[in-house]
Design a protein. Structure first.
Length: 502
């Protein structure tokens, strides 16, 4: 990847050279030397580096065939680009003549690219060798002194719930939801959070001492002395001294002292070679550690789940309101009855709670069952088992669809008789108009007859019994082929509970 970046940079430098219309032909850095590192490349000798660059890392470039550099630009991963046109300028050192070029980088580095011009016919110039920098000890010491004291704020919380219709004849508000929607209404919850002052405590000074080895040699730290407002204190570094801090590594210690003091905090880090000092002023200001200055208000209930209402910030009171619409349709047939919702608000940080209870009553639908019989056609009572009393009817077989009557005259669906197949027929019952199969075992009973039946039928003794799914509106059953059939079905409809209400 470095070589790819280097070649892209070389291409850019060549383009710039073309734009400047240089007289000499550009000479590229030998591709074999792209990505060379110092240390890592072949070592050699370098002249004394310029003032201020003592201990830096040297790089020696050479133009082949004893030709001379007339311009030179080289780019490093960390140190960036060094350029001179004309060569050597005030940048490079030419020693002993201008076919040699020396440059120094502050630390270890990687050579990414280079381009030059010469007074001869050259295609590439080379990196001859490198000179690794001399090692040195250097620690950078810093410290912090953080002053703080605690201010704890106090709060109170209250909660209530009201409904539009104001059913307050009970210990808590109630809602009555009727199937026709006449009881649908809105409830409103109010949460009041009241600020009740504060109390201060816990003066403290704490901080860190950071020792970074920014030199090239490992540093042996023999001791660390920290003085807070004239009194020695202990700093926990998690290690024992003497301690060797490798080059490029960092050692951090912490201190924590209770009480009010003035002045400064000064640390002295002593090594086998030198001593390094850092200090931080002790400055007290407004409280920097406040407990419950802002509190979060949350609401918990089965009705709403966990709900965040917002925050309250000292020294101000806060009020939160929210509403919910209650409708019978949200509960429906399968969730009727009474529901008590204990709704609790809480200040999260203090654990203080307030509760408001609401009771929601939902009108039930009662299943009103009916006995249904398949008619011979679409007219009730055409073929009756008995001409008096029991109105039950039977069917003379033919491939046809007849009406299913409940309560003697109520059309609740149809009954279809199929064509014969291998000595059997299929009877299919389809309910309509909101009618359902009764949720009971054996809700479909069928008896086949060779001759027309008479007398009061006994469906419980019918030969063919089965259970239609009450959630479905259609049911089919196969029975033996015969001349007559009695088809008895338990059906019903859901009706509002007449005893519901406040």
């Amino acid at each position: 990847m470095r070589k790819i970046l280097a070649l892209m940079l070389v291409a850019g430098l060549l383009a710039l050279g073309a734009g400047a219309a240089l007289a000499e032909t550009p000479v590229l850095l030998n591709p074999a030397h792209v990505g060379a590192t110092n240390p890592g490349f072949e070592d050699g000798a370098c002249p004394v580096p310029p003032a201020g660059q003592e201990g830096w890392y040297g790089w020696h470039f050479i133009m082949p065939q004893n030709n001379n550099f007339t311009s030179l630009s080289v780019t490093f991963e960390n140190a960036g680009t060094f350029s001179a046109d004309s060569f050597p300028g005030g940048v490079f050192v030419a020693q002993p003549n201008t076919n040699h070029a020396y440059i120094w980088t502050p630390g270890p580095d990687t050579l990414l690219a280079g381009t030059a011009t010469s007074d001869g016919d050259n295609t590439f110039f080379n990196l001859s060798h490198v000179c690794p920098g001399a090692g040195f000890e250097q620690l950078t010491v810093s410290k912090t002194a953080v002053t703080s004291f605690t201010r704890e704020h106090a709060w109170d919380i209250d909660k209530s719930v009201e409904t539009e219709n104001g059913h307050r004849l009970y210990e808590f508000p109630k809602v009555w939801l009727f199937t026709d929607g006449s009881g649908d209404e809105t409830a409103t919850w109010t949460v009041d959070v009241t600020y009740e002052g504060y109390e201060d405590s816990d003066f403290n000074v704490s901080g860190q001492v950071t020792i970074e080895n920014t030199g090239t040699l490992d540093a042996v730290i023999t001791s660390v002395a920290d003085v807070l407002a004239g009194a020695p204190i202990s700093v926990d570094f998690g290690v024992a001294f003497p301690y060797t801090l490798p080059a490029g590594e960092t050692l951090t210690g912490t201190y924590d002292e209770d009480g009010y003091v003035e002045g400064k905090n000064e640390v002295t880090v002593t090594t086998e070679r030198d001593a390094y000092v850092a200090e931080a002023a002790i400055v007290w200001g407004d409280p920097t550690n406040e407990i419950n200055a802002t509190v979060n208000i949350k609401d918990y209930s089965y009705l709403f789940g966990k709900k965040s209402l917002g925050t309250a910030t000292a020294p101000n009171d806060a009020q939160f309101t929210y509403t919910k619409d209650f409708a019978w349709a949200d509960y429906g047939r399968d969730r009727c009855g009474s529901f008590t919702y204990g709704n609790k608000a809480m200040i999260v940080e203090t654990g203080q709670k307030a509760e408001a209870t609401l009771k929601v009553n939902v009108q039930c639908l009662i299943f009103k069952g009916e006995t249904a019989w398949a008619a011979n056609g679409n007219t009730p009572g055409e073929l009756r088992y008995s001409q008096r009393g029991n109105w039950a009817t039977y069917v003379a077989y033919a491939e046809k669809t007849t009406t299913l009557f409940a309560g003697q005259h109520i059309d609740v669906g149809s009954v279809t008789f199929s064509a014969p197949d291998s000595g059997e027929i299929t009877i299919t019952i389809n309910l309509s108009g909101g009618w359902e199969f009764a949720d009971s075992a054996g809700n479909v009973k069928i008896q086949d007859y060779d001759k027309a039946p008479s007398g009061n039928p006994a469906p419980g003794r019918f030969a063919h019994k089965n259970s239609a799914d009450s959630t479905q509106s259609s049911f089919s059953i196969s029975v033996p082929l015969n001349n007559f059939y009695g088809v008895h079905v338990n059906v019903g409809q859901w009706m509002p509970d007449p005893n519901f209400g406040p």
